[in-house]
Design a protein around this ligand. Structure first.
Ligand SMILES: Cc1cc2nc3c(=O)[nH]c(=O)nc-3n(C[C@H](O)[C@H](O)[C@H](O)COP(=O)(O)OP(=O)(O)OC[C@H]3O[C@@H](n4cnc5c(N)ncnc54)[C@H](O)[C@@H]3O)c2cc1C
Length: 395
C-alpha cells in the first residue's frame, strides 16, 4: 500500500478502485473543501454534541458561507453545482455525522427545493437567498403520528376562509422542526394535497422536541402542531398538487442519502483498519488474523461498490435521466451496506467499539434513523419490486 492515492500502481486501502480519478478537478476541490470544514469545524465537537443531544444552530451561517445550502439549485443565491458535487458534499458531511448531513439535506432538498421547484416567483425571491446563506432555516413536515410510510392518509388539512387558509393538524419526527424559521407543511385540501410555507410565530403553531433519542442525537427532531393557523393565500406553493409534491422533494433528499451513507461507512472502515493495525492480541496486530482481514475486505468491497453506485447515479442525474426508482435502488443498497460496514467495524474495535471515543457506534446508531427516514428499506423494496414485476406492491 502507498501512503497517498495515485502515488503508484498499487491500489490504496482507502480508494482501492481509484474512484478519485473519475472526478473532475472542480469536484475534487469541492470535496476537499467540505472535508476540511467537516474535519476542522464538525469533528472536534461532534462527540460532545451527540452525547449532550445538542445541535450547533450557530454553524448555519458557516455552512451558508461555504455555499452548501441548496448547492444543487440554480439561481437565487444558490451555488448551482452538479449532482456529483452535491453528493460528494453529503458524503463528507456524513463522514463527520449523519445528523449534520441531515441538517444540510433538509435545508437544501426538503425546504429550499419545494420552493425552488413549486413556489411562485415572489416565494422564491423572498425565501431562497436568505435560506442559501443560512439566515433562514427550514424544515419539511410530511410524516404524522399515524401516517409514516403511507403519507397519503395524512389528517393535517387546510380549508379556505376568504383569501386565507386555516391549517389544523400535526406532524411528527420533523428534522430541525423547532429551530426552523419556516416549515414546508403538506396538508389535505379540497383540491388534494398541497404544500404551505408556514412561518414561525404564526398564532396556533407550536413545535416540541423529541427527547431520549439514541440515534441522530446531534440533530433536532420535533413534533409540529397546528391549531387554526391562519395562512395567507400567498403561502401556498402554487406549482404542485397531490402526493407528487412531497415525493419530488424526497427523491432529491434520498439522492443525498445514498452518497452520505458511504461517508459514514468510510469513517467506520478507516477507523477499523487503523485500529486493526495497532491493536495487539496473541502477540500480533489483530489485522494480521485472517478473520479480521476478511471483515476488512468485505467492508472495503461494499464501500467501493456503494461509492461507484452513487457516482453512477450522480452522472445519470446530471444527464437528467435518473428515475425515482433508481434513487430507491441507491438508497436501499447504500444504507443497508453502510449499516453492515459500521456493525462489522464495531466488532473489530471490540469493547472500544461501544464508546464515543471512536466514531463507530455513533455512526451505527445514526444509520438506524437513516434506514427509516426518507422511505424505509421495506418501502424501497416494494418500489423496486413493483418496478421490475409491473405488479402493484402497495395494495
Ligand atoms: C430521526 C428522524 C428524522 C426524521 N425527519 C423527518 C422529517 O424531517 N420530515 C418528515 O416528514 N419525516 C421525518 N421522519 C419520519 C420518517 O420519514 C418516518 O419515520 C418514516 O417514513 C417511517 O414512518 P413510521 O416511523 O411511521 O413507520 P411506519 O410507517 O409505521 O412503519 C413501521 C414498519 O412497518 C413497515 N411497513 C410499513 N408499510 C409496509 C408495507 N406496505 N409493507 C411492508 N412493511 C411495511 C415499515 O417499513 C417499518 O419497518 C424522520 C424520522 C426519524 C427517525
Amino acid at each position: 500500500m502507498t501512503d497517498k492515492p495515485g502515488e503508484s500502481k498499487q491500489p490504496h486501502a482507502t480508494d482501492f478502485l481509484d474512484i478519485d480519478r473519475l472526478l473532475s478537478d472542480e469536484e475534487r476541490m469541492l470535496r476537499d473543501t467540505v472535508r476540511r470544514f467537516a474535519t476542522e469545524r464538525v469533528m472536534p465537537d461532534i462527540e460532545k454534541w451527540f452525547e449532550n443531544a445538542e445541535f450547533p444552530r450557530a454553524m448555519a451561517s458557516e455552512v451558508g458561507e461555504l455555499g452548501l445550502f441548496g448547492m444543487h439549485l440554480e439561481g437565487y443565491g444558490c451555488a448551482g453545482v452538479g449532482a456529483v458535487s452535491y453528493g460528494l458534499a453529503c458524503m463528507e458531511l456524513e463522514a463527520a455525522d449523519s445528523g449534520f448531513r441531515s441538517f444540510v439535506s433538509v435545508q437544501g432538498s426538503l425546504a429550499m427545493y419545494p420552493i425552488w421547484a413549486h413556489g411562485s416567483k415572489e416565494q422564491k425571491e423572498r425565501w431562497l437567498p436568505r435560506m442559501a446563506t443560512g439566515e433562514v432555516l427550514g424544515c419539511f413536515g410530511l410524516t404524522e403520528p399515524d401516517f409514516g410510510s403511507d403519507p397519503s392518509g395524512m389528517r393535517t388539512h387546510a380549508r379556505r376562509d376568504g383569501d386565507d387558509w386555516i391549517l389544523n393538524g400535526s406532524k411528527m419526527w420533523i428534522t430541525s422542526g423547532s429551530i426552523a424559521d419556516i416549515a414546508i407543511v403538506w396538508a389535505q385540501t379540497d383540491e388534494g394535497i398541497r404544500g404551505f410555507i408556514l412561518e414561525r410565530g404564526t398564532p396556533g403553531f407550536s413545535a416540541r422536541d423529541v427527547h431520549r433519542k439514541l440515534s441522530l442525537r446531534a440533530s433536532v427532531t420535533s413534533e409540529l402542531a397546528f391549531d387554526d393557523c391562519r395562512l395567507p393565500s400567498s403561502s401556498m406553493l402554487p406549482g404542485v398538487r397531490g402526493l407528487k409534491g412531497p415525493l419530488s422533494c424526497l427523491a432529491e433528499a434520498r439522492f443525498g442519502i445514498l452518497w452520505g451513507t458511504m461517508g459514514a461507512a468510510r469513517s467506520c472502515y478507516e477507523c477499523a483498519l487503523d485500529y486493526s493495525k495497532s491493536r495487539i492480541q496473541f502477540g500480533k496486530p489483530i489485522g494480521g488474523f485472517q478473520l479480521t482481514q476478511e471483515k476488512l475486505v468485505n467492508m472495503m468491497l461494499e464501500l467501493d461498490k456503494g461509492t461507484l453506485l452513487a457516482l453512477h447515479l450522480g452522472r445519470m442525474k446530471e444527464e437528467g435521466r435518473l428515475t425515482p426508482e433508481q434513487v430507491s435502488f441507491g438508497k436501499l443498497n447504500n444504507v443497508r451496506e453502510a449499516l453492515k460496514i459500521c456493525r462489522e467495524a464495531r466488532t473489530i474495535l471490540g469493547a472500544n467499539g461501544i464508546t464515543l471515543e471512536y466514531p463507530v457506534i455513533r455512526h451505527m446508531n445514526n444509520l438506524e434513523s437513516v434506514l427509516t427516514y426518507e422511505g424505509t428499506s421495506e418501502i424501497h423494496t416494494l418500489i423496486l419490486g413493483q418496478a421490475i414485476t409491473g405488479l402493484k406492491a402497495f395494495v
